[in-house]
Every structure is written in structure tokens, then in C-alpha cells.
Design a protein around this ligand. Structure first.
Ligand SMILES: [Zn+2]
Length: 459
């Protein structure tokens, strides 16, 4: 009687194991198919995976089973429809690809849907945007931030979008097929991302792989693991803690020490003029308790030069944008007061961007720590602000870990900031609320006036 059970287990174990999502590292191409770029950057954080349902299998078409350079077999071979994923962004092609080691590559990633079936599986919008052009086998989706998502080989006869149409993240675009303007390709979506790159000094095809990995993890509901949890009374999220990520080419993120920095170290980079950021940073926020919190950022005066630094706060499902004069403030500064939710699956964060609009050189911006202070509920008198910096990661959940240097009693020094995202002109607060990302003209005027007021006070 035991044998059938054992046999069943032997059959089940391998299939369960192969269903577990795994991926080869970014930059690891099929041997012989070119030299990849090992790049962990998520160039489109928060994007939707471009195929509607899982499973799905990004891998090589040309070097995969049945491909012209691959092992013999058909394109529907089960080896093509299994994990691990494989990067093919820099796979050998003639396209100009400045971010690939050879200078040439494949532009994007080839993605197979769940099964080897034609005109069955939907490709969907990775972000909100507009369909800017449709070719014989291409669909371009442009976002407000200047990122272009491109979809190739969809079935031309069943497209769900038309030129000029606005789409929302997750909207259906078309069905995966093998359209290639004549000679068909395999059943797959070629997906690529065109974005301004400071490293290349132009809009180029950027690596797609880790954006796909992150969005796929969300699609298959791999539980979101908090990097650290802000205790009920509040806490500090440091740039050397687990919840901070500096995006863009690391060589343009400088790291220095300063007595003014929280945990002694901080990041800085240069503000510049462009529609999309090149270097930017995110402090991710996870909360033990939902509630209203004051959000402050720490500025290190030695490198705080730009007067027009864009910040975004994502609180719950809402987003608030600010333009901040970093040159006018030292130390902790109020960005606003916001209601946050205690749901790990809702992305909440503070972002700072380098596309300030500054045209002069050396318009430095700093990125150090974010401080959250609870304003409502029973826990707003905890008396301490635990520091979730590099040295306190293990204590992130421990409200007793009071960091006296950052005591809540100091939180109100030098700034007011009452009301949701409100500017407090009486306290030297320089955050200007904007309803649009970046710099609408009225914000520039308001900011200049604010700077003049601040300067006069200092004289
Ligand atoms: Zn392709």
C-alpha cells in the first residue's frame, strides 16, 4: 500500500519544484549569445508585468529550443515554458545599445506567455500612458514621465487599443502572436523600455530584466516582505538602512560623512534639467500601525545647493509632490503630514529626484534620512524615535530602542508644517505643494518668493 503513495510523491515533487518561480541573474545570457549587462536596477519601479496572467517565461527565442541558434526541437518544447527566467537584453543583434558591453544588443526582453498558443494571451499596459504609435507589429506606450514601453509581435487584427488612446496600468493592449511584418517569429512578446539614461547621455533602451522580475513577483503574489517596519510611534528610515534604494548609475551617487547626517553618512548627487530623472532615491515605508504621521527629511547643508528639488510622498494610494529649496534648510525639515496605511501590499514611500530643472552646474542635492512622527492614536507619546538605520536594523520593530539624538521632542524644532502637505511660511518651511509632477510655472514663482523671504530673514 505504501508504494503508490511513494510513487505519487516522486511524481509530484519535481513538478512542484519546477513551478516555483526562479530566475537566472540579470546579465547572464545563453552561452554564446553575447555578453550581458549585470544590472540590478529596476528602471520602472511599480510597473505592471506586461503579460496579463502568470505563469510567463522570459527567455531567448533565437537561442532557445527550436530557435535558429538553439537546441533542436519545436518552439513549444516544455523547456521553453519553464523557469528559470533568462535575460536576453544584450543578446547579439545589430541594434545600437550603449548600455550593453559590446555596444550592440537586442533592445529588450523576449517573453513567452503561459502556453504556446497563438492569439490567446493578453499583453497589458505596464504603466498609465498614451498609445503614441502602432506599426505593422509594434505598439508604443508613452508615459507622462517620458518612459516608452514597446510591445512587438502582437496580433494586428485583435489589438485592443488605437493610436492616441489613453490607457491605464493593466489595460489590455493586444494578444501575443508571431507578427513580424512577413516572416513570422515565435509566439512571444518582445518588450522593451526606452528611457533617458545619464550614463548614455540620451534616451536609450535600458535593461528590462529586474523591472520584469519585480513586477512578476507582484503578479504572482509573492508576499511583500517589509525591509523594516516603522513602529507605531514613528521612526527614522536612514539611507544606510534596508529600506533605502539609490537608483540610476551608482557612480553619480556620492557618499560622504558629516556630523549633520543621520547615522553620520549621507548621499548626494547633482540636480540637472531633464524630463525624466537619471538618479533618484526611494525610502520605502512599512508601518506597524495605520495612522497620521509627520514626514521630515534631513538635509546636510554642505551639499544642499539646489533650490528646486522634487520630492514625492506616496501615502496610502495617494501621491503628493513637492518642490523643496534644500539650500534654505539645515537638518530636519517638515515635508508634510500624511495618513499612512499598515498594508505591506500598498507601496508607500518618499522619493527624491535629480531632474530638478537646474541648468547651472554643481546644483547638489542630498539624500539622507526620513523621520516619521506619529500624530494620532494611543501611541503618539512613546517618547522616542527608533532609528531604522544600518546600525539598528535588527531593532527596527522595537519601540523601546529610543535614539535620544533623534528624540521626538526635537521633532518640532525649527519647523511647523501643519495640515496635509501645507506650507508653513512662518517657520522657514520651504516645501511648495504642487499638483503636477516637477515644476509648473506657478511653483517656480511661489518658490522664488519663498526664497526671497527666507533670504531677507537671514540678513
Ligand atoms: Zn526580441
Amino acid at each position: 500500500m505504501r508504494w503508490p503513495i511513494l510513487a505519487l510523491l516522486l511524481v509530484l515533487v519535481p513538478s512542484v519544484a519546477s513551478a516555483q518561480f526562479t530566475y537566472d541573474p540579470p546579465g547572464q545570457l545563453v552561452p554564446g549569445s553575447g555578453t550581458g549587462r549585470a544590472d540590478d536596477t529596476v528602471y520602472v519601479p511599480g510597473m505592471r508585468y506586461p503579460i496579463e496572467v502568470a505563469p510567463s517565461y522570459p527567455n531567448s527565442q533565437v537561442w532557445g529550443v527550436g530557435g535558429s541558434q538553439g537546441p533542436s526541437g519545436g518552439q513549444c518544447d516544455e523547456r521553453n515554458y519553464s523557469y528559470p527566467w533568462q535575460d536576453n537584453y544584450c543578446e547579439s543583434r545589430q541594434w545600437d545599445m550603449p548600455l550593453c558591453p559590446s555596444g550592440n544588443g537586442h533592445q529588450g526582453q523576449d517573453i513567452r506567455p503561459s502556453t504556446c498558443a497563438d492569439v490567446t494571451h493578453w499583453a497589458v499596459a505596464a504603466e498609465d500612458g498614451q498609445i503614441t504609435s502602432i506599426g505593422s507589429y509594434s505598439v508604443n506606450l508613452m508615459t507622462a514621465s517620458g518612459t516608452r514601453h514597446r510591445y512587438l509581435h502582437l496580433d494586428a487584427g485583435t489589438l485592443a487599443v488605437s493610436e492616441g488612446q489613453s490607457v491605464s496600468r493593466g489595460d489590455r493592449i493586444g494578444l501575443v502572436s508571431n507578427e513580424f511584418g512577413g516572416t513570422p517569429t515565435t509566439y512571444h512578446l518582445h518588450y522593451d523600455i526606452l528611457q533617458f539614461s545619464q550614463e548614455a547621455g540620451a534616451s536609450v533602451y535600458v535593461p528590462t530584466y529586474m523591472s520584469l522580475v519585480r513586477s512578476y513577483e507582484e503578479l504572482i503574489d509573492q508576499p511583500v516582505m517589509p525591509c523594516a517596519v516603522v513602529p507605531a510611534g514613528g521612526g527614522i528610515v536612514d539611507d544606510y538602512g534596508p529600506c533605502f534604494t539609490a537608483y540610476g548609475n551608482p557612480q553619480f551617487w556620492r557618499e560622504e560623512t558629516s556630523d549633520e547626517a543621520n547615522d553620520t553618512r549621507f548621499h548626494w548627487t547633482n540636480g540637472f534639467e531633464n524630463a525624466t530623472p537619471s538618479n533618484w532615491a526611494r525610502w520605502r515605508l512599512f508601518f506597524e500601525e495605520a495612522g497620521r504621521y509627520r514626514v521630515e527629511f534631513n538635509v546636510v547643508s554642505t551639499r544642499a545647493v539646489s533650490k528646486i528639488v522634487p520630492y514625492t510622498v506616496k501615502h496610502g494610494t495617494d501621491e503628493s509632490d513637492f518642490i523643496v529649496d534644500q539650500s534654505a534648510v539645515d537638518g530636519w525639515h517638515v515635508l508634510g503630514e500624511f495618513d499612512f496605511v499598515a498594508d505591506n501590499n500598498v507601496a508607500q514611500y518618499v522619493d527624491v529626484f535629480d531632474n530638478t530643472g537646474d541648468s547651472a552646474s554643481d546644483q547638489h542635492i542630498t539624500a539622507d534620512a526620513i523621520r516619521l512622527t506619529r500624530l494620532d492614536g494611543a501611541n503618539n507619546d512613546m517618547g522616542g524615535t527608533p532609528d531604522m538605520g544600518a546600525n539598528n536594523v535588527n531593532n527596527a520593530n522595537n519601540v523601546n530602542n529610543v535614539n535620544n539624538a533623534n528624540n521626538v521632542n526635537n521633532a518640532n524644532n525649527g519647523n511647523g508644517g501643519d495640515g496635509d502637505g501645507e506650507v508653513s511660511t512662518s517657520s522657514g518651511c520651504c516645501a511648495t505643494v504642487t499638483n503636477e509632477p516637477r515644476m509648473p510655472p506657478f511653483a517656480i514663482v511661489a518658490l522664488l518668493l519663498g526664497v526671497i523671504v527666507l533670504r531677507r530673514r537671514r540678513n
